[in-house]
Design a protein. Sequence first.
Lengths: 275, 520
Amino acid sequence: MSGLTLVFGLFFYVSLAIFLGGFLGKIWQYASTPAPLKIPQTPAPVTAGGVGIRYLQEVFVFKSLFKGNKLLWVGGYLFHLGLLFVLVEHLRFIIVPTSSILNFLVAFDLYSGFVLLAALVFLFILRVAVDRHAYISLVNDYLLLLLLMGIAGTGLLSRFWSGGHIRAHIPAIKAFVGGLVTFHNIGAVPTNKLFLIHFSLVMLLLIYFPFSKLMHAGGIFFSPSRNQVDNPRERRWTTPWVKVRPTATLPRLEREAAAAPVQVAQAAPESTAEA
Amino acid sequence: MADKPAEKTLIDIVTESDHVKDLKGPELTGEINVPRVEEGYAVTGNYAHVRPYPAKPDIMDSLGFPETIVDNWEEAAIKRLGELLEKYKSLQVYLDICVRCGSCTDKCQFYLGTGDPNNMPVARAELLRKIYKKYFTTEGKLFGRFAGARKLDLKVLSEWYAYFHQCSQCRRCSVFCPYGIDTAEISMAAREIMDAIGLGQKYTNMTIGKLLEVGNNLGMNEKALGATLESMEEDIEEEDGFPVKLPLDVEGADVLLVTPSADFFASPHVESLIGYAKVFHQAGISWTMSSLASEAGNFGMFIGNYTLMQKAATRIRNAIEQIKPKRLVVGECGHAWRIAYSFWNTLIGPFDSLDPNYPAPQHICELTLDLVKRGAIKLNKEANDEFTVTFHDSCNVARGTRMGTRPGGQFTIPRELIKASCNKYVEMDPATTMEKTFCCGSGGGLLTDEIMEVRVAGAMPRMQALHAVMESDGVNFMALICAICKASFTKIMPKYGVPMEVAGGVHQLVGRAIELGAKE
């Protein structure tokens, strides 16, 4: 195993470990933090099945975003759709031998790659050009778009400009990436520069993922305003940390009441002593 | 510092404000235009100077908060934020997952009205998020400002005090957020943190104090309340000729009505109280109000303080134990209905002693419409022929509650009831009603005169939509089911050149239309 293969192999495993550990840690945090009160954003479904349908609409159609801003919806939707297709098409680097459905999809990978890149450019333009979006955008919002553009761009470029057609490199990439994923027979890292840049950028994205707003990918399912069933009258919701109901008086009066019996108790023996 | 009285205290610096008198709203055109973010706003914000009065030390102390800003306030604020993050899934998730897509940026009535970019929901949330990032996230610790992280200092605190009191917690932004991020949750947390370090808002905290000490937001004691209700009974009998009662503390009554205390004295609120009384009278339902629970409102929610909110709600539980009613009914009030509908069962439930055939609690509109449908009361629509009516969905009712059994009942039930009470009903622009309704501009603890500038600006979108139907259809009555909406519109409409009489209650219409006397 060459030194370069070792470096990129380690890079891969460290990135993956950070991504998985960080992502699952965050999900665990979201899942285990209590939701003390019923706060569904109404009108909300009155059954758990209804909440499932609400989520299908949000995840697959971006329903609320559609209500909010049509241009953003177009940009956001095309980006996520392009990403989904590209990710599925990338399975060909892992799965050996590739399935026929996958082969069918791969025929479209050029289109999905272009849609992905175009959507990213569009989202970037919206951030810069719309006054309100520009005001709320942070440096890392732009950097993330640039990182994603870098990934999409190098991926697309490798289709045209990698010392010939990408197909020439696929066996080597398969041997390397496929080996990394299955933990055996790891092939030598392809020395194609475009591939190495593309691969490294993806690793950076994985590392950054759990520490960033990218956590919306898992976090959306833990949003109490969306994942709660609207049935507070029908089924009592409880707050985990409330064991005893408080009294209905001011904290000040309670403090005074708590202080009072002590004085009485002290006064009583004194008066008996005097008597 | 004590021997130099001229020097400003931390409270003075953070709450320094510039209050405009004799304010007028912008011209009504019927259109809601999205303001452009202007150069320069980004630095200070043009509404940063509008801040509410701070709560006095004795009020803070009585609620169990520090009397004034504590010496180690930065540390105390971070500690409180950490505690809240562990207690509230909403806060933890919402501070993490916003992608700043911008969908909410043109949705808040306070941004639309003020044009101050810090009133865009995402920008408001960033005021807290940047502190969260700095002290609780790896991203913020590593990348600092690039990741939007900021150190907590006096400037940030004074921004919090200004802008978290320019949010009415109406949840309109959350409707358009791809993840349902609810800025109300964030603004509640921010106010909770400010209270915890000794920086409270006067209006809200004073009101909570009165509620916990006397039993209602007005601080009206049992005697005064009894006398008020009695004289109101006399007025009704004089006007309508029927002995409609306003019972108080009647043990064993079937229905316990809990209503906002504004219904006892404020106009047009009392008209709705008379409306409820006529409904009970005519339907022959035995009912009572309670001096123990003479307030449906509960401002504990506005400052995000679970304990105070639960304490205040406990009065209702005590009243149930005393009166032993079969049903629990809530009067016209927006945030109160959210707390009653969504939180009471959690805070003071279960309601095992009540009749399981009725929802607990039940909204007065649910009760009245049911009586109308069953023919137990008759409404004469002609009695309201002088009105062309429209309906303003109250934010808390629209986006935080339900009525009836189906989602959206909170929209259909009040509308059905209004249509059963009058002949002429008109809808406002659907972009401004139902789940997309705008707040009146004074909810969430903003109903205080020193921030009138913000309130007038926040009412702009609703006023434009109202103006449009006043012009096109001759609307002259906007029906409301919220005590804060009623109080705010009667005050703010005149500043837009609209007569205050245009604002009224749903049960005001019912009370005028109901046929009293012997049933056929």
